[in-house]
Design a protein around this ligand. Structure first.
Ligand SMILES: C[S@@+](CC[C@H](N)C(=O)[O-])C[C@H]1O[C@@H](n2cnc3c(N)ncnc32)[C@H](O)[C@@H]1O
Length: 274
């Protein structure tokens, strides 16, 4: 059967009562919101908004939509995950079309898997609207191609959020993989991560980069050999949200015309003009 609009047949242009859409809003730049996200946002009766989502997404919702912020920015306490499940289920059971809007992509370190499970268990219809994950768009915004025929044949997304005394990624496998490593939520643990990778055989001079607030006007980044990255990030007082990229491809950063590099010692501070 033909689909002349190219749209997923599950989403029509009418409201979808009692259904939840898990929407990825991309890493920040509002222009990275997908057309599909815009269309579904306009249908929703309730918007559950995560903390890293650009509030400009609200420009696309209907006037009568109820907005519920479930993030912890601005001094508010973060809403517990169970409470978010409860809200989604309660709104959907009340027959409302719910847009659960998350930063980046819902299935990349976004707890989308848990939310789908909770909704399915409750018998609620759910659909995922993929978003552009920070691990792809943020490096791209400073001119880092994650894969490159001459430099990296694979890419690994890693969470840096593990407690040093908790469950760990396989550092040796990562160090030996030759892959570009893209680390989410790793800024606080950067010293530990760098130490583990170097201890596991990754060269301490491997190019590495921290990018803060990627794709947004206030974006900053610093490039340095891995061994120096912690110190540089500390000196420049980098804060979350930040993506860390480690691998040869980082050496290609700065080729983009959008960048204004300022060489400082062994590192390169880059500010993006947007
Ligand atoms: C809980 S994870 C969510 C990731 C999200 N689901 C995605 O696909 O991008 C949050 C982490 O994503 C990264 N992140 C999200 N937005 C970012 C941005 N604009 N610049 C840099 N890092 C970002 C940071 O590592 C941050 O700590």
């Amino acid at each position: 059967m033909s689909r002349p609009t190219g749209q997923n047949p599950g989403i029509n242009n009418r409201n979808s009562p009692g259904k939840v859409f898990l929407i990825g809003a991309g890493p920040g730049d509002i222009e990275l919101l997908t057309l599909k996200a815009v269309r579904v946002l306009a249908l929703a009766d309730v918007i559950l908004l995560d903390e890293l989502v650009n509030p400009a997404v609200l420009d696309f919702v209907k006037e009568s939509a109820e907005i519920v912020k479930v993030g912890k920015r601005g001094g508010r306490k973060s809403t517990e995950q169970d409470e978010i499940h409860h809200l989604m289920i309660a709104f959907a059971r009340a027959g409302r079309c719910v847009a659960r809007v998350k930063g980046g992509d819902p299935f990349i370190f976004g707890r989308g898997g848990e939310e789908i499970e909770a909704l399915k268990q409750a018998g609620i219809a759910v659909e995922v609207v993929s978003g552009v994950t920070a691990g792809i768009a943020v490096p791209a915004s400073v001119g880092i191609p994650l894969s490159h025929r001459d430099h990296a044949h694979s890419v690994v997304f890693v969470t840096g959020h593990n407690k040093p005394d908790g469950e760990q990624p396989n550092w040796r496998a990562l160090a030996e993989s030759g892959s570009t490593l893209v680390i989410y939520m790793g800024l606080t643990n950067l010293a530990f991560i760098a130490e583990k990778l170097i201890e596991s055989g990754l060269s301490s001079t491997t190019s590495a980069c921290v990018i803060e607030n990627g794709t947004l006007a206030e974006q900053r980044s610093v490039v340095a050999p891995l061994i120096q990255l912690v110190q540089k990030a500390k000196e420049l007082e980098f804060r979350s949200p930040a993506i860390i990229v480690i691998g040869e491809v980082v050496g290609l950063a700065g080729d983009s015309e959008a960048l204004v590099p300022e060489v400082a010692g062994d590192s390169m501070m880059v500010e993006t003009r947007r």
